[in-house]
Design a protein around this ligand. Structure first.
Ligand SMILES: *[C@@H]1O[C@H](CO)[C@@H](O)[C@H](O)[C@H]1NC(C)=O
Ligand SMILES: *[C@@H]1O[C@H](CO)[C@@H](O)[C@H](O)[C@H]1NC(C)=O
Length: 229
């Protein structure tokens, strides 16, 4: 092995000394080194360029993701508002604690505070929502919007203040259907109910029906409920 190495080295020296002087060899090596340096420099430059490209792409992705997130947030807010306004109703809703989806609309709500200074046809907003399967009812507007076609049962009870006569009614899409009446000698609860065939989007609510009386009793003495049969 040793002998072989010495032999190869000897041959190399022989080759170099045969083909040119030591200066030429050094010059050749320097040129090669220079070329290698340039090549490496170019490669480093190319790598730097692609890193910059990647950085720009990452920045772009970050920016567009941020914009998309903003758009999604906006959409969520819109959906929330629409849902509160009762104009958008999801088809199914997971019922907490039951491990299942509500399949039929059902709601029940009561009046927390007295409704006072009621004008003619003003909606009575039953704000205290007990149940709202499929989110058909809005405790903000007081309006139930049918989330699906079907036959529904509605009932409402409205109590008058002592010494104040009160008339209210259940209406559908603005049309009076059945009325509740409370005489004015004592606190009285007027009540009525109705079964309706509704199609998706039909609206049902309780409203003040006459210029007589202007106050509905709160503290959960007045309530509005409905469900699909
Ligand atoms: C929700 O109702 C309010 C008050 O009526 C209205 O100003 C707003 O534009 C409604 N929003 C949507 C998304 O319908
Ligand atoms: C709901 O009823 C309306 C009117 O009868 C009908 O046009 C519509 O196709 C029904 N929708 C569904 C989902 O059954």
């Amino acid at each position: 092995m040793m002998n072989f190495t010495v032999f190869v080295f000897g041959c190399l020296m022989l080759t170099y000394s045969c083909n040119g002087s030591m200066e030429e060899i050094v010059g050749e090596l320097q040129r090669e080194l220079q070329q290698l340096k340039m090549k490496t420099g170019n490669e480093i430059q190319a790598l730097k360029t692609s890193i910059t490209t990647y950085e720009n792409e990452i920045q772009l992705l970050k920016t567009s993701s941020a914009i998309e997130i903003e758009i999604l947030k906006e959409e969520i807010n819109t959906l929330k508002v629409e849902r509160l306004n009762g104009s958008e109703v999801p088809k199914r809703r997971f019922v907490l604690g039951t491990n299942s989806f509500a399949e039929k609309p059902a709601f029940s709500a009561s009046l927390t505070n007295h409704a006072t200074s009621l004008s003619n046809f003003q909606t009575i907003i039953f704000d205290n929502v007990f149940t709202n399967d499929l989110r058909g009812y809005s405790g903000i507007t007081g309006i139930f919007t049918a989330p699906m076609n079907g036959t529904y049962f509605f009932t409402a009870t409205v109590m008058s203040h002592s010494g104040e006569y009160l008339e209210t009614e259940i209406c559908m899409n603005g049309k009076s259907l059945v009325s509740m009446y409370s005489y004015d000698t004592h606190f009285e609860q007027g009540t009525n109910s109705v079964v309706l065939v509704l199609k998706t989007g039909d609206k049902v609510w309780v409203r003040h029906s006459n210029t007589q009386g202007s106050k509905a009793f709160g503290y959960h003495w007045s309530a509005f409920s409905g469900f699909m049969i």
